[in-house]
Design a protein around this ligand. Structure first.
Ligand SMILES: [Zn+2]
Length: 115
């Protein structure tokens, strides 16, 4: 039998847009599965996906960049928490100065933030 089958040339390659959607996770599960199995065996589509990876949209690039930032270490985290507590105490001192049991009375639970 004469089955023309060239591994470098697949007749039904998805479009670049479809591949991009696949990359962004915007494909429906059925399509994503089909694309995934196709791409796994199609060098041409792998090439397109690689190009999409190299040149992502600005939003995706920014999101990826944010993931590269290391998480706060303990010292940095403690500093941020201390800053937040200081801000809270500042708010508390202002609200207690006026001594009004207004709707912001919840701020007076100082015992939850020991020194
Ligand atoms: Zn393909």
């Amino acid at each position: 039998m004469n089955r023309a089958q060239n591994p470098n040339e697949t007749a039904c390659c998805p479009t670049r847009q479809e591949l991009n959607d696949f990359l962004m996770g915007r494909s429906s599960p059925v399509i994503a599965e089909a694309l995934g199995s196709h791409v796994a065996t199609c060098p041409a589509c792998q090439q397109v996906l690689a190009e999409c990876e190299i040149n992502p949209s600005p939003l995706i690039a920014a999101l990826r960049e944010s993931l590269r930032e290391p998480p706060l270490d303990d010292v940095e985290c403690a500093r941020v928490v201390a800053h937040a507590v200081a801000l809270l105490k500042d708010i508390q001192s202002r609200s207690t100065a006026s001594d009004q049991p207004g709707p912001s009375g919840g701020f007076k639970r100082q015992e939850r933030f020991p020194d």
